[in-house]
Design a protein around this ligand. Sequence first.
Ligand code: GLU
Length: 415
Amino acid sequence: MAFESILYFLHKMAPLVPLQEQEIKLLRTPNRVLTAELTVSGRKYPAYRVQFNNARGPYKGGIRYHPDVDEDEVKSLGFWMTIKTAVLDVPFGGAKGGIAVDPKMLSPTELEELSRAYVQAFYHYLGPYQDIPAPDVYTTPQIMAWMLDEYEKITKTKAPAMITGKPLEQGGSKVRDIATALGGFYVLLEATQKRHLPAKTVAIQGLGNAGMNMAKLLHGQGFVIQALSDSQGGVYGKNGLDPRQAEESKKTGSVVGYGEQSSAAPKSDCRVITNEELLELPVDILVPAALSGVITKENAGNIKAKIVLELANGPTTPEADEILYQRNILVIPDILANAGGVTVSYFEWLQNLRQESWSEEEVRKQLRQKMITAFDRLWQEYAENNKENKFDLRTVAYIHALKRILEAERKHGRL
Ligand code: GLU
């Protein structure tokens, strides 16, 4: 989403926090914007690292590989990381990185070269107490492993805590691979209980790491996954889809092929749909888990779900947000719903610094606790404010986060 939308949102928040002009200026200005041009096989790829704010701790945030990546987008994502770490109260600031590339067009060797080139360009600014990258859209544990290896080679150190989302063999944390989905899952269960909603049916847009794992978790819990999609399109099955079967279809192309090879659902039970159609299906829960800006003022009026769980970063535009709120649709905002990833990244960083290795059970327990604590705190205020129809959950989360960040800024003496 354009950084302009964030500025619009910040100004809207100003009377509610409340924010002075000087505070808005500080909150809207990234501390450092790093850019580079990386060359692999004679082709050039623009690369970015935006270190947005570090008032609450070292910069933290993933690196995205996607053809649409540009400075404006990375800046927006860096801002959201700053808010997200504050909402969850993990001791980090916010940053984001990206390379404008379609990784599917690269050979494995080129992918490795590109990932190492990223570290060569920015290593001065990275480190366990400086800035700690992680995976994001189309980046994997293997890419984190190459980046760590490159960093350790250049700096002649052992520094596993400089990056998270690593493979287990390199000091990665158990559960990190499914953490984004699992965090959202815990929050969703809590929300359906709090709202006494008999939610059962689900549509998920996007089958990357977050979307696919969410589909599996919800399916395992007895929810009916009625629709799934990837970048090629989607599939709808009223009686439910099997996520494992969808994963198989994706391996050979797209989830769109689900009906053809499925033994789990007879062909007649499924139909192919578009990504746009998926958003407007009559389901209880809608999970946008792909890219930003998909719920807009054009389609927000047609959304039929009772709950929108934002697993993607920024899937709802500010105009759409207002429409959903007026229509009494509960939006569990990205800065809470998808914060499980960075929360387990925090646990991974802690384990590395303490030379510990936590059990799967321990990580799950700590993640659940962190997510539920953050949710319950926000929910309490939301429920109180909501009697007067004042704030949505996103606004409550922002008020909390912005106050925490500004308090830290004041203690630093920067305000
Ligand atoms: N890329 C993820 C996010 O947007 C995870 C970031 C991290 O683990 O630092 O939250």
